[in-house]
Ligand binder design. Structure first.
Ligand SMILES: C[S@@+](CC[C@H](N)C(=O)[O-])C[C@H]1O[C@@H](n2cnc3c(N)ncnc32)[C@H](O)[C@@H]1O
Length: 251
């Protein structure tokens, strides 16, 4: 997979692309990333990429020409990309979208700045994406958020494939189960007995129950929908009944 990024602040991506799991994925070329400075495609010698908005008003707007020229060049070099534009009002990014985008061969993320991009840029955009209902100074953090979630889904980027399966939202929207590590007791806080038992079947059932319990508490709508759509197994329905019974105060 290739991810191209168009930004006026390419330096912001330096650490992100060097460190941790993402750094390893880039080094081993499981993902090819090219961060491109929009200024490199400006016409004039001062490399101007923004201008005042027509009709007046505050702030500056990212000019269309450098973005179109960069898009043409990237398409010629690496093939036509699926284009994402970061926008506060875009479709809200989530795990389902990350999975869908991780299957694309070539993504291009255009990072807005200032008051945003000239509206005509939208003619080359496939999806406007937001990372939440708040306004940031630019699209670089949203781009990194999306890239992080997408890159870790690329086959073999994570050392252990199982960790993806256990992730929240990966299995029908269910949330992950609680995790513990050594020591078995700390400040009087004990690790649940079952996890120390070595009994794999019981551990699996405990994790399933805890995942359902957490989802029921934090995202009850997810459980309601799964029940309505008949997407829970008989075992899961039984566990859910047990959870609900345990939480109902006696008469
Ligand atoms: C200061 S914002 C522009 C705000 C815009 N004028 C408005 O009406 O909301 C600059 C750029 O940051 C990016 N941005 C800001 N908040 C974002 C968010 N929540 N999700 C995705 N991108 C965001 C967008 O690319 C945006 O064009």
């Amino acid at each position: 997979m290739r991810i191209s990024v168009l930004t006026v602040l390419p330096g912001l991506f330096d650490c992100f692309l060097k460190e941790g799991i993402i750094g390893k994925a880039v080094q081993s070329e499981k993902v090819k990333v090219n961060v491109i400075n929009i200024r490199d495609y400006a016409y004039d010698k001062h490399k101007v990429v923004d201008d005042v908005p027509y009709g007046g008003g505050p702030g500056m707007v990212l000019k269309p020409e450098p973005i179109f020229r960069a898009y043409d060049d990237i398409s010629k070099k690496f093939g036509k990309p699926f284009v994402i534009l970061t926008e506060p009002w875009g479709e809200t990014f989530n795990q389902e979208m990350a999975v869908e985008l991780s299957k694309k061969e070539h993504l291009l993320i255009i990072c807005g700045r200032y008051e945003g991009v000239d509206e005509r840029v939208k003619t080359i955009v496939d999806k406007e994406v937001s990372i939440g209902d708040y306004v940031l100074t630019g699209g670089e953090l949203p781009a990194m958020v999306m890239m992080d979630a997408i890159i870790r889904l690329i086959p073999e980027v994570l050392g252990n494939k199982e960790s993806l399966k256990a992730d929240s939202f990966m299995d029908r929207g269910l949330l992950g189960y609680p995790n513990y590590t050594r020591p078995a007791e700390y400040r009087g806080l004990k690790v649940p007995e079952v996890l120390l038992s070595g009994h794999h079947k019981k551990i699996e059932e405990w994790r399933k129950r805890e995942s359902l319990k957490r989802t029921l508490k934090k995202k009850p709508q997810v459980i309601e929908n799964l029940l309505k759509e008949g997407k829970l197994t008989e075992e899961e329905k039984r566990l859910l009944e047990e959870i609900k019974k345990a939480e109902t105060p006696p008469d």
